[in-house]
Design a protein around this ligand. Structure first.
Ligand code: AMP
Ligand code: MG
Length: 354
């Protein structure tokens, strides 16, 4: 069952993976729109497949957390209005919020500029057993910083690191860092949402015309749009130099939102299935300890059925809070304390589960 789901997902996302070493030229090398059968009219089908990816994600996330050995870092990069926020929302809709942390990166603060450029991203990396989502990432350091050299100037680099090809050096540094993280057990899933220029224009117009979308729009967005070609070039170079065997990029067609979400969820689910995290199994010693604990708990139920008298038929079956408060004087001090402790534990465990 999981195998079938996985095979379908692997097939679906394969055309969008950038093979290591491939020279990419955007916009033409990858589609921005969904293939015919997933067109806008077929959003319902996409929704169904998305739900199956999301459920697979939830299932594997639980195992990832239980195993507590691997982590996953999801990176989202795109031009404005390509749908990063909506993707985060949909893709993570089914997972346990305790196991996911989303970090969004803006223009660096003064404190952040006082450090090497990877510093602020390193501080937000996921821990073992969890999923981290970077809404924008260290890739901004070869994107917006490249398109706007004033950001590079603000980084106060020593002269030696401004000489030569700054961007090539950064690609290498990023590849090395990702290699290191991968070796450490952190799988990196990189998603570039590829939207067309026309679709961005339509979405900007929507943001201006619909009052509840006004907050998403700033006049600066239109100024950035004027640099469209510079961004396409920076994205192309980034994809050509940083798609590696250990951390490949996916170019997600983003003109059709349901389809984009489907591919994004699929790429993350695929990584989790490949990690194949497993529930830890207990060794023989631990198994024996569990059985001893069970015997003790069962014996406790019998003891009480004997001491609590009254002969109520439920006394043996459910020795819980109700029994403890119903007849406090019967068992003496020692017994009473014992009861309280037991029922308190039960309640504690329940409240954690719900
Ligand atoms: P938003 O995601 O719409 O809230 O915008 C965040 C802004 O922060 C965008 O304009 C990014 O280009 C900018 N930004 C993110 N990271 C960096 C960075 N490292 N250097 C400069 N600007 C950045
Ligand atoms: Mg913005």
């Amino acid at each position: 069952m999981a195998d079938l789901r996985h095979r379908r997902i692997a097939q679906l996302i394969a055309p969008y993976r950038v093979e290591a070493g491939r020279r990419v030229r955007l916009p033409k090398d990858f589609p921005t729109d969904a293939p015919g059968k997933f067109g806008k009219a077929d959003a319902k089908h996409a929704k169904e497949v998305l739900e199956s990816s999301v459920s697979l994600l939830a299932e594997y996330q639980e195992r990832l957390a239980a195993q507590d050995t691997y982590g996953v870092l999801v990176i989202l990069q795109a031009i404005d209005a390509a749908g990063k926020d909506g993707t985060v929302r949909h893709v993570m809709s089914g997972v346990n919020p305790q196991g996911v942390e989303v970090s969004s990166f803006k223009v660096p603060s003064a404190e952040e500029q006082d450090h090497d450029y990877l510093w602020r991203y390193a501080r937000r990396l996921p821990s073992r057993g969890s999923i981290g989502i970077f809404n924008r990432s260290y890739y901004e350091e070869v994107l917006v910083v490249r398109v706007h050299p004033e950001f590079l100037a603000a980084e106060r680099l020593p002269p030696a690191s401004k000489r030569g090809d700054v961007w090539r050096r950064r690609y290498r540094e990023i590849n090395d860092w990702e290699r290191y993280l991968t070796d450490q057990g952190f799988r990196i899933v990189k998603l570039f949402l590829h939207v067309s220029r026309d679709e961005q224009r339509r979405r900007f117009l929507d943001r201006i015309e619909e009052p509840e979308k006004n907050w998403k729009f700033s006049a600066a967005d239109v100024k950035e749009r004027a640099r469209w070609d510079d961004y396409q070039k920076a994205f192309s170079d980034m994809l050509s130099h940083t798609s590696t065997a250990w951390a490949p990029w996916y170019v997600v067609p983003a003109d059709d939102k349901p389809y984009a979400r489907l591919i994004a969820a699929g790429a993350i689910a695929h990584a989790l299935v490949e990690i194949n995290p497993r529930y830890p199994t207990v060794g023989e010693e631990a198994r024996a300890a569990l059985e001893e604990a069970r015997d003790e708990l069962l014996a406790e139920g019998h003891d009480r059925a004997g001491t609590d008298a009254g002969g109520e038929p439920d006394a043996g079956g459910e020795p819980d809070a109700g029994a403890a408060s119903a007849d406090p004087p019967s068992g003496g001090r020692e017994h009473g304390r014992h009861h309280d402790k037991g029922s308190g534990k039960r309640r504690g465990r329940h409240s954690q589960q719900h």
